[in-house]
Design a protein around this ligand. Structure first.
Ligand SMILES: [Zn+2]
Length: 209
């Protein structure tokens, strides 16, 4: 398994590349390009959502528990009822639900190098990124989706590269972990079907909305 810093660096590099591409291709402003960069870097550590402990999980859930309630705020309520007391209840309950309940559930239900280390999970993450930014317009939501997807794919590729060592510095030797990251299904049929169903639903929402 590649380390946290390696994955973060991979995500930062792919996020920076897509951010630069968006500045050139779509004339994004710096805030928009920065969000592409940040979400690409985040994608770089996202598959380690299935690692049960340590820095990646704490960081991923810390970010998600702030980001998701913020991105959903304008969809679940109208601005007239947004008051300080509403915001306190909304963000504190969102933080507790995501950072403790959902995090605990994911720890229980997932195994390391399971379905979250797979190409379909990278696709689903990209689609969710796209959907969360849909109100910002097609160019931004497409670039966010692409950036999250690319960050996840870089993570999977780095994990696979880390599964190859060189005997005598020359002969490639495949570790037992080889093939457990860049895959299209996990050993758990239910988890695999669940993720493919989510991809199907997200794709339907994207194209039929
Ligand atoms: Zn990994």
């Amino acid at each position: 398994m590649s380390g946290f810093k390696t994955h973060l660096t991979g995500g930062v590099v792919s996020g920076a590349g897509l951010s630069a591409l968006s500045l050139v291709s779509f004339d994004f402003n710096m805030i928009q390009a920065s969000s592409i960069f940040i979400l690409g870097a985040f994608g770089g550590i996202l598959p380690d959502l299935d690692s049960d402990s340590g820095k990646p999980l704490a960081l991923i859930f810390g970010i998600l528990s702030v980001l998701i309630p913020t991105l959903l705020l304008h969809r679940i309520t109208d601005s007239k009822i947004i008051s300080p007391e509403f915001l306190v209840c909304y963000f504190v309950s969102g933080y507790i639900i995501i950072n403790y309940l959902i995090c605990g559930l994911i720890k229980k239900l997932t195994i390391h190098r399971g379905i979250m280390h797979s190409i379909p999970f990278a696709i689903l993450s990209g689609e969710i990124g796209y959907l969360l930014f849909i109100s910002s317009g097609p160019n931004i939501s497409e670039m966010v989706g692409l950036s999250v997807f690319a960050g996840c794919m870089v993570h999977l590729i780095l994990d696979e590269l880390n599964s190859i060592s060189f005997k005598f510095g020359l002969i490639p030797v495949w570790k037992s972990s080889f093939g457990t990251a860049l895959k299209i299904k996990s050993g758990n049929l239910f988890a695999t079907l669940f993720v493919y169903c989510l991809i199907f639903s997200a794709t339907a929402i994207i194209f039929l909305r």
